[in-house]
Design a protein around this ligand. Structure first.
Ligand code: NAP
Length: 279
């Protein structure tokens, strides 16, 4: 199939670009991932982040707690905020339910928030100010740009999470797209998705989007990761490749772009830090 959007290919090109920039630095950048509890998928994601951080030439630290008090965790984050040897901080999600996710994420200094999830960075994103952009939406835009997809089109996003759908809505709006943002309460999803020139699906339901819900020639970005019978599936059924002009596979589409976008954000946080120092 020649209509595959190859996330691994774009990721690898971006790795080389970033490695070249990082190699030229005198400073060694450090990414810290804070994790709490025992989530199996999180362990895999943390080790992926470590693998790519080391590949780029960053230091990597995983600060893991089996269990920790909310106030203790915030103190740990504040220590990292003040530590000038730390470039970027991520709080690995999901956090155990007894912790207030918003409070903890927002205790990360916005200038080290390489996931782009603090209220401060989100507000700047909406207002089109310089900020750190959440990794998955950033990766999706990079992918669409690499494949020279015109964004001034009718775009339908399914899923309105703070992690993916909502920031993506604003980023695409800044690029003059005409967007419909759908969610679990949307009626007649099929009528809306059928109209899309570009369809982006971030829900977490295997095969939610079927061939009869799309128009011929659509560009599809499938963000979903669904584990079933030992395999990983997207939110879009595979036979949609037959009608799409371009489509991301799962795995191998958006996932690789998320991790490289994170690595780019670490570099950006370093650059922004330098700028602030020189003020
Ligand atoms: P989330 O926070 O659970 O949000 C899911 C969204 O889907 C919500 O807005 C929900 O609507 C909507 N939704 C649920 N059922 C729906 C339905 N039947 N029709 C239309 N919309 C529906 O999930 P997330 O964090 O955004 O992640 C979404 C998926 O992307 C997951 O599979 C996740 O693993 C994957 N993901 C992949 C990457 C990657 O790098 N590849 C990164 C992040 C996430 P309401 O708001 O009304 O509840």
């Amino acid at each position: 199939m020649n209509n595959i959007i190859d996330g691994k290919l774009v990721r690898d090109l971006k790795i080389e670009e970033l490695k070249n920039k990082v190699n030229k630095l005198q400073d060694k950048l450090t990414l810290v991932v804070i994790s709490v509890g025992d989530d199996e998928a999180s362990r895999v994601y943390v080790s992926q982040k470590e693998k790519f951080a080391l590949k780029i030439g960053y230091n990597f630290k995983n600060l893991h707690f089996d269990e920790i008090d909310e106030s203790e965790l915030i103190k740990e984050i504040e220590k990292l905020n003040k530590d000038s040897s730390i470039t970027g901080i991520i709080v690995q999600l999901p956090l155990p339910e007894y912790l207030d996710k918003n409070k903890i994420i927002n205790s990360v200094s916005p200038s080290k928030d390489v996931d782009g999830l603090t209220n401060n960075n989100f507000l700047k994103l909406i207002k089109k100010e310089e900020c750190i952009i959440p990794c998955t939406p950033k990766g999706i835009i990079s992918l669409l740009d690499y494949y020279k997809v015109d964004l001034q089109k009718r775009i339908v996003i399914v899923g309105r999470s703070e992690l993916v759908g909502l920031p993506l809505f604003h980023l695409l709006l800044h690029r003059n797209a005409t967007i419909t943002l759908c969610h679990s309460k949307t009626n007649n999803l099929k009528e809306i998705t059928k109209d899309a020139d570009i369809l982006i699906v971030a829900v977490g339901k295997k095969g939610l989007i079927t061939k009869d819900m799309i128009k011929t020639g659509v560009v599809i970005i499938d963000v979903g990761i669904n584990r079933a019978d030992g395999k990983i599936y997207g939110d879009v059924s595979e036979d949609c490749f037959e009608k799409a002009s371009l489509m991301t596979p799962v795995p191998g589409g958006v996932g690789p772009m998320t991790v490289i976008s994170l690595m780019e954000n670490v570099y950006l946080a370093y650059e922004k830090g330098l700028k602030n120092e020189s003020r």
